[in-house]
Design a protein around this ligand. Structure first.
Ligand code: AMP
Length: 417
């Protein structure tokens, strides 16, 4: 026998038992987001590598070590999309969406690819539902975006959620702050973890993420970006907070909140669930006012989020409904009637019933057992002499003309009307 092949590390098959739960995420997201004016967008599964290098940022973990990049054979470097915001901003600029009434609100549900160390809740191909609103810097849009994610997670039953919120200010404030933070880290460099010390120049903000005890002590006295916001950014952030208060969405202010992507300005937020293990992030996002411009489009404000479908399901942790029960099962007691069985199951489907027929050569006893397993309400038994319709609920059965099976089952299921 040849070696059995397996799905690549960090990937998974979505088996039938999981697909109902995933479909529920998609339909709840659609209902909620479309009711708030978001329209669905699909972008390609791969893009020019430069989109992510410029959009997500050269210094980020994603661009430095997690991208699946390849040469397309024509000397161009392409990358399987690791996130959705940069592609949506590219599409906004490419299709002149700045000429539409603003803000333009877009949502997506797609798979993304990151070459991360695979572990529970962290995959190399994973799904995100995301929402992006472009063309307005109104703090009410930040608040609306956050509230929509809160409502979605709530509707899907995600448990033990915490929302952390902060503001990164504008790019100039961040640069000044970055220099201040670097000076603080250099002054205490002996106490830092090696990897933090190595990244002082490249990405000093990530020092807030470290679990290393020496680093944590240094960070406890580090300057905080929220204390350095200019008046306009501070006012914007205060308005976002006050609108969340109005909407009765609770949050914690967390000035150490650092998102792994470079494009954020002003508001950043993250939902995590205490019922998940180490990979506790369920979804997050923020404002990215310069991003469209950075990708060659017009100066455009934007705010949005992405939430991991697998993490949402883990945080909801429920058994989800299986396939809908079969309304009519067509059993065959006489081989000569296979054609009738096929005609009956087809007529049932045309009439809108969930219907199946025997396809595995079982004995009649085996067929009735199988129909029971499928939760069948009615079973039509096509025998040598006649056709019997059995109501599995009441166990009553009656002989019916073969062409009346569907009408009888429909009457039994939906009543005489
Ligand atoms: P990010 O785009 O990094 O802000 O991630 C947003 C959300 O996507 C996270 O909160 C997770 O729920 C999910 N996510 C990110 N990376 C992965 C991954 N490798 N595997 C599964 N889910 C992920």
């Amino acid at each position: 026998m040849s070696r059995r092949l397996q799905a690549p590390r960090g990937t998974f098959d979505v088996l039938p038992a999981q697909s109902a739960a995933r479909a529920a995420v998609e339909s709840r997201a659609r209902e909620l987001l479309e009711a708030a004016g978001y329209e669905r967008i699909e972008t390609p599964a791969f893009e020019a590598t430069e989109l992510f290098a410029r959009g997500v940022g050269e210094s980020t973990d994603i661009v430095q070590k997690e991208m699946y990049s390849f040469d397309d054979g024509g000397g161009r470097s392409l990358t399987l999309r690791p996130e959705g915001t940069a592609p949506v901003c590219r599409a906004y600029a490419e299709h002149g969406m700045h000429k539409l009434p603003q803000p333009v609100k877009l949502w997506y549900l797609s798979s993304f690819f990151r070459h991360e160390r695979a572990q529970a809740g962290r995959y190399r191909q994973f799904w995100q539902v995301g929402a992006e609103a472009l063309g307005s810097d109104d703090p009410a849009l930040d608040a609306e975006s956050i509230v929509l994610l809160a409502l979605l997670l709530d509707a899907l039953g995600a448990r033990d959620l915490r929302l952390r919120l902060s503001s990164l200010g504008a790019a100039a404030t961040r640069n000044q702050y970055r220099a201040e933070l670097q000076a603080h880290l250099r002054a205490h460099s002996d106490a830092l973890a090696d990897e933090v010390r190595a990244r002082i120049e490249l990405n000093p903000l990530r020092a807030f993420d470290s679990d290393h005890s020496g680093t944590r002590q240094v960070m406890a006295t580090a300057p905080r970006l929220v204390d350095r916001l200019d008046a306009a950014d501070a006012e914007h952030f205060a308005e976002v907070c006050s609108l969340l208060d109005e909407a009765a969405v609770s949050y914690e202010l967390d000035s150490t909140l650092v998102r792994g992507l470079d494009y954020y300005t002003r508001t950043v937020f993250e939902f995590s669930s205490d019922s998940l293990g180490a990979q506790s992030g369920v979804g997050g996002g923020g404002r990215y006012d310069g991003l469209v411009e950075r990708l060659g489009g017009p100066a455009t404000a934007g705010v949005g989020w992405a939430a991991g479908v697998e993490r949402i399901l883990l945080a909801a942790g429920e058994e989800h409904p299986a396939a809908p029960p079969v309304e009519l099962y067509v059993a065959i007691d006489e081989d000569g009637r296979r054609g009738d069985a096929f005609a009956t199951v087809t007529a049932a489907r045309r009439a809108g019933l969930t219907a199946q027929m025997e396809l595995a050569g079982r004995s009649l006893k085996g067929q009735l057992k199988h129909a029971d397993r499928l939760g069948a309400r009615f079973v039509a038994i096509l025998g040598a002499r006649d056709t019997v319709l059995r109501d599995m609920q009441s166990t009553e059965q009656e002989t019916v003309p073969a062409d009346a099976v569907v009408a009888r089952a429909l009457r039994g299921l939906r009543g005489p009307w």
